[in-house]
Structure formats: C-alpha cells, structure tokens
Ligand binder design. Structure first.
Ligand SMILES: Nc1ncnc2c1ncn2[C@@H]1O[C@H](COP(=O)(O)OP(=O)(O)OP(=O)(O)O)[C@@H](O)[C@H]1O
Length: 233
C-alpha cells in the first residue's frame, strides 16, 4: 500500500463573490521512503496541496490517505496531533526562533514529540555541530536552513514537507541544502515532498508530479533520479 494516497482532492476558496479552485481533483500515490518533487508555476496550487498534506488545511472534497488514514476527515484536534507527530516542515524562509540558539531551536521541536531523535546527533547529521551555540542571526542562510532541516528531522517525522527549500539561497548553498535533505531522508527512511517551481531541481525526485492550473498535468516516475551534484540551474 502506498504511504500517501490522494484521491480526487479538491480545494476551493470562497472570498465574497469570488471562488478560486486551488486544487481540482488531484490524484496520486507516494511510496514510503521516496522523494517526490511537486513542480509547477506560481499560483498552480502547490502550497495549497502541501498545506493539506501537512494537516494545516482541509480539502473541500476528496480523500487524503496517509498511512491508510483519511486526514481529510480528521477533527482539528486529530490534525494537531498529526502535525505534531507525523510531519516535519521546511519553509523557504527558515522560520527559526531568533532568540534561541541553533541547538535550542532543534530542541524545541524535539520536546513536543514522543519519539524524537537525539538533538546533537541531528545537528551532526546536517553538519552543524560546531555552530550549535550560535543564534540564527549569526548563521548564513544555508546554515539557517540546515537548522530548519534539523528541527524538522529531529521530530522523527514520517513525512518531511519542504516548500521551496532553496528559494532564498544561492546556487551552491541550495545544492548543499538539497543534499542535506536527501541524506537526512535516506538515513531516517522519511518520505519527502519538495515543492519547487524549478524544473531542474525537480529531477532529483523518485517521482515528479507536475501541477498546472490546479490540476495534475503529469506524473513521471524516475528509476534513476538525477544526483544532486549533476543538477544545474
Ligand atoms: N486562502 C486563500 N484564499 C483565496 N485564494 C487562495 C488562498 N490560498 C491560495 N489561494 C489561491 O489558490 C491558487 C493556488 O495558490 P497556491 O499558493 O497553492 O499556489 P502555488 O503553486 O503554491 O504558488 P507559488 O509558487 O506562487 O507559491 C492561487 O490562485 C491563489 O491565489
């Protein structure tokens, strides 16, 4: 059975008289432990989908089966537990707590989870042991993103959701960050979903789901995903 099964997921927004369909009848499956990239232009509906997979939003209709459970039917309380226990998030702009050190930022996340990973081991996994005592403002963008990845991975999530994780980084640092995400996911057998509008980055996925105008345009399974070091953009 697939780890994620999305069946005819639709999300509509109603603002006054204006109705926007952000996701229309999306259907796809994701195998456990795989890396999936979701590719599409601005406004295609990628963040809406990621928010729904992360339990931050609920679809208007359709099913979103995660490990066999339909989170579209979850109550607000069930969604909170799901977000807390099962999902790690990495955003474009890191979202670290500024007055906590790198280590404390990671610790904060691990404290709310039952089966958290060891904080220092996780910082080592992202290559930040030496900078653990630094505050976010004392770290480069790439280092801050690595703290954010450590924070997400420390929760030992089954699902790691990354929304444009390299969007604010230069080319070289962006590649390093993608390598850290891939390495962390492999080591922890986490299912990873990376949203990007960059078609070169999308090639690193075991599966590339292209979304356009709120719909799935194509799904490509890559038997040989492009190694990150060979990706150029
Ligand atoms: N809360 C909301 N209320 C109304 N419309 C919304 C809301 N959130 C998203 N939308 C609309 O849904 C569509 C999809 O938005 P979404 O943010 O999912 O796209 P995206 O592919 O992530 O774009 P980007 O790459 O620019 O972040 C857009 O037309 C957007 O304006």
């Amino acid at each position: 059975m697939a780890y994620i099964e999305v069946i005819k997921e639709t999300r509509e927004f109603q603002n006054g008289n204006q109705r926007t369909v952000a996701n229309r009848d999306l259907s796809f499956e994701v195998a456990q432990g795989s890396v999936v990239t979701i590719l599409g232009p601005s406004g295609a509906g990628k963040s809406t989908l990621l928010n729904i997979l992360g339990g931050m939003d609920t679809p208007t209709s359709g099913q979103v089966l995660i490990d066999g459970e339909d989170i579209a039917q979850f109550s607000a309380k069930q969604l909170t537990t799901y977000r807390r226990q099962a999902v790690g998030f990495v955003f474009q702009f890191y979202n670290l707590v500024p007055n906590l050190t790198a280590r404390e930022n990671v610790e904060l996340a691990s404290q709310i989870t039952k089966d958290a990973r060891d904080v220092d081991e996780t910082l080592k996994l992202v290559g930040l042991t030496a900078r653990a005592g630094n505050f976010p403002a004392q770290l480069s963008g790439g280092e801050q993103q690595r703290v954010a990845i450590a924070r997400a991975v420390a929760k030992n999530p089954k699902l790691l959701l990354c929304d444009e994780p390299t969007g604010a980084l230069d080319y070289r640092t962006g590649k390093q960050v993608l390598q850290v995400i891939q390495a962390a996911a492999r080591e922890t057998q986490t299912t990873v979903i990376i949203v990007t509008h960059n078609s070169a980055i999308a090639k690193l996925g075991d599966q590339v789901i292209r979304i356009n105008d709120a719909q799935v345009q194509s799904i490509v399974h890559n038997d040989h995903p492009t190694p990150i070091e060979e990706i150029e953009w």
